[in-house]
Design a protein around this ligand. Structure first.
Ligand SMILES: NC(=O)c1ccc[n+]([C@@H]2O[C@H](COP(=O)([O-])OP(=O)(O)OC[C@H]3O[C@@H](n4cnc5c(N)ncnc54)[C@H](O)[C@@H]3O)[C@@H](O)[C@H]2O)c1
Length: 280
């Protein structure tokens, strides 16, 4: 590993909410490989322990902590445990997110609230816990996980998800404006399709509504590739970090003519193209 690859990870302490499985697990392994000590804070303590054990077996430092990001008290307790293990976290990743599928009129308002609580307000809670110490120190790095679904319109079957992720992008970029001049870095991780079990147990509110995807120019990635892209982006000082740079081409096309972009999506959905990514 080059010295350049090690920053900002070597010697750092990190906490990852939702770090037990899927993308969060791969990020935990990647940051540990680059020299960070990782607190894996997850509602699934057994899976968090498995991930921590994998890191420790490969020579890294990790601890598993139970945490429910729906509860301020639970997140606060997790922060205390992480600090006791490795000191006040230098890097905080807010990675928990849940999806659903359904026509907006079939989705009860309580479900819209549940999705926003998990995907967006979990980050609001995290900010309240971790930002004061980071600002006092004048250092730290916050990483919030969004989605391609928050970048451009395609996820018509999961509008609560897409709009919560758009809110995560807006929050992250606006936080960067405020915090970066005070020494605290902010990155927004924006995955396209990644192979995980996120759709297992997903609530489907409208039978037969297709699961619309981000388009055939996007690719389905494995979690380790996604985690490497994130770590390289953080190393390179980036704010918005999509898993695939094709995202920038897509949003440039949209910015050039938003209505034509959206009407193009309407036309391709009408033709039966639901926007499946490439399987590589
Ligand atoms: N997989 C994809 O294709 C994809 C694409 C774009 C964005 N994302 C985003 O990436 C993030 C991770 O997704 P993933 O695919 O790895 O999902 P996943 O379901 O595999 O992992 C989510 C993790 O969060 C934990 N978790 C769930 N509820 C929790 C709670 N209340 N408190 C604490 N932990 C909780 C789970 O136990 C699990 O370890 C999410 O924010 C998701 O929206 C995923």
């Amino acid at each position: 590993m080059s010295g350049r690859e090690e920053a900002p990870f070597a010697g750092a302490s990190a906490i990852i909410f939702g770090g037990a499985k899927g993308i969060g697990k791969a990020v935990a392994l990647e940051w540990a490989r680059r020299g960070a000590s990782i607190a894996i804070a997850d509602i699934d303590l057994a899976a968090a322990q498995e991930t921590a054990d994998e890191i420790i077996e490969s020579g890294g430092s990790a601890v598993a902590i139970v945490a429910n990001v729906l509860s301020q008290d639970s997140m606060q307790a997790a922060a205390g445990e992480a600090e006791a293990a490795f000191g006040s976290p230098d890097i905080v990743m807010n990675n928990v997110g849940a999806i659903l599928n359904g026509h907006p009129l079939d989705i009860p308002v309580e479900e819209w609230h549940r999705i926003f609580e998990l995907n967006y307000f979990s980050i609001v809670r995290s900010n309240a816990i971790f930002l004061p110490a980071m600002l006092k120190r004048g250092s730290g790095h916050v990483v919030n996980t969004a989605s391609f679904a928050g970048l451009y319109p395609y996820a018509a079957g999961r509008i609560p998800y897409a709009s919560s992720k758009a809110a995560v992008i807006s929050m992250s970029e606006n936080l960067a404006l405020l915090l970066e001049p005070q020494g605290v870095r902010v990155s927004c991780f924006v995955p396209g399709p990644v192979m995980t079990a996120i759709a297992e147990g997903m609530k489907d509110w409208t039978p037969d509504l297709p699961m619309y995807g981000p388009g055939s120019e996007t690719s389905l990635l494995d979690t380790h590739t996604a985690a490497r892209v994130l770590a390289d982006g953080m190393r390179d000082g980036r704010i918005l970090i999509p898993t695939d740079p094709v995202a920038f081409d897509i949003i440039a096309r949209r910015a050039a003519d938003p209505d034509t972009f959206t009407r193009g999506k309407i036309a391709s959905f009408a033709s039966g193209d639901v926007g499946m990514p490439k399987f590589e």
